[in-house]
Design a binder for this molecule. Structure first.
Ligand code: ZN
Length: 406
């Protein structure tokens, strides 16, 4: 009897605790625990913003930011973004040839984890960005990063595999996250700053988190790529600035640098799409520049890694899902993942960093002249599940062809 009881009790407890934790707090806070300043007895934080790069006139991106500011305001009362032309925090539009990159939020925070400055970016060249509500979904996502939320799975604007056309407003889980991040206390409560008393250095934190298009199925991948090819990579042969002038994408942007490594790819078989060449150029985003202004007012250029960059194996055979950039006559990433390695048993393995980053990339820079340290966190938690590795190449091709004939 005793033995049976033990076995019965354990599974019940496990089931209860799993469903409890899923329902109560699916939202997550960023690794650096950032938030906007609000006094501990106050109800609302009022961060200010102004317009940044490429925001003159009206555009899909500008209206997306404007909608997101009012979307968040109507959903909760803890954070209200306020326009101020003199604000250092800016909302931008940019053009990147990486179509999987919807947007990015970069923020700096102080020792109390309060956000000192934020810069939000939306890519006007991302996959289906002009489809109704897609840019707005990205804007709501990016503002939530600045407010303190990290990526999650489930029904949330913080889910990178959400349908951006339908999940574009802050969801219940997102609102619960913000309410939890900004509690109101009866008495003033001060956070203990984590000070390194040995050091007289000023410590700055910079965090970056992106909204990336991710898919879990071959069907989704097949219907969202321009071309699908089998072949192999040659060595990297140069670099390109993937940030382009939004008004003339043939020219590179003068406002920033997003490094793409260019690879020659030799095509053995075109699985789907129109390609006339047997050798194509593919640009993979590896890192981007950030200008850090030190205490003397000097701008220091540092590089921020793309946590999803994985350099291709030049001796492997790949199936690639690509988007064609007609301005540059080159191919780029339409979504993540986009590379399948074919193994010796003719099965595919997804090559991606999506499932490897349980924590984020952290780097530290020291500026001796001004006695400052810049800690950089590239956040990369994408809750991606691999449903594809292990599929036979012939099945992959059949799924692709079946999907593309629909
Ligand atoms: Zn994100």
């Amino acid at each position: 009897m005793k033995k049976i009881k033990k076995y019965l009790v354990l599974p019940v407890v496990l089931v209860l605790s799993i469903s409890f934790s899923l329902e109560v707090s699916a939202y997550k806070f960023n690794d650096d625990n950032n938030r906007f300043f609000k006094c501990s007895t106050c109800e609302t934080a009022y961060p200010s913003y102004s317009w940044g790069d490429n925001m003159g006139g009206s555009s899909v991106i500008k209206s997306a930011w404007q909608s997101a500011v009012s979307d968040w305001k109507s959903k909760q009362s803890k954070v209200e973004f306020v326009y101020s032309s003199s604000s250092d925090s800016k909302l931008h539009s940019f053009h990147s040839t990486d179509k999987s990159l919807y947007g990015e939020m970069r923020w700096t925070s102080d020792l109390l984890k309060f956000v000192t400055k934020f810069n939000g970016y939306i890519n006007n060249n991302a996959n289906n960005i002009t489809t109704t509500n897609v840019a707005r979904s990205t804007a709501n996502h990016e503002l939530a990063h600045a407010m303190g939320l990290d990526h999650v799975s489930g029904t949330s604007v913080m889910n990178s595999s959400r349908d951006r056309a339908t999940i574009y407003l802050p969801q219940t889980d997102d609102v619960n996250g913000i309410n939890a991040r900004y509690p109101v206390f009866k008495n003033n409560v001060l956070d203990e700053p984590i000070l390194n008393k040995e050091s007289d250095y000023n410590i700055n934190n910079l965090s970056i988190s992106s909204d990336i298009l991710t898919f879990n199925s071959l069907e989704q991948m097949a219907s969202n790529a321009d071309v699908i090819v089998l072949g192999h990579f040659n060595h990297s042969k140069g670099t390109i600035n993937m940030l382009r002038d939004p008004n003339n994408p043939k020219e590179e942007s003068t406002l920033g640098y997003q490094k793409g490594l260019i690879y020659d790819f030799e095509i053995d078989e075109i699985i789907s799409g129109n390609v006339s060449e047997t050798m194509i150029d593919i640009g993979l985003r590896s890192d981007s520049d950030y200008l850090f202004t030190d205490r003397d007012g000097n701008e220091n250029k540092i590089s921020i890694d793309n946590p999803l960059f994985k350099s291709p194996n030049t001796s492997a055979s790949y199936i690639l899902f690509l988007s064609k950039d007609t301005n540059l006559d080159m191919y780029f990433t339409p979504f993540e993942p986009f590379k399948l390695i074919v193994d010796s048993q003719n099965k595919v393995n997804v090559e991606t960093n999506l499932n490897e980053f349980q924590s984020s990339i952290e780097k530290s820079y020291e500026f001796e002249d001004t006695k400052e340290i810049l800690n950089v966190i590239s956040e990369a938690h994408y809750n991606w599940i691999d449903n594809i590795s292990g599929t036979d190449v012939s099945d992959v091709k059949n799924i692709i062809k079946g999907q593309r004939m629909k």
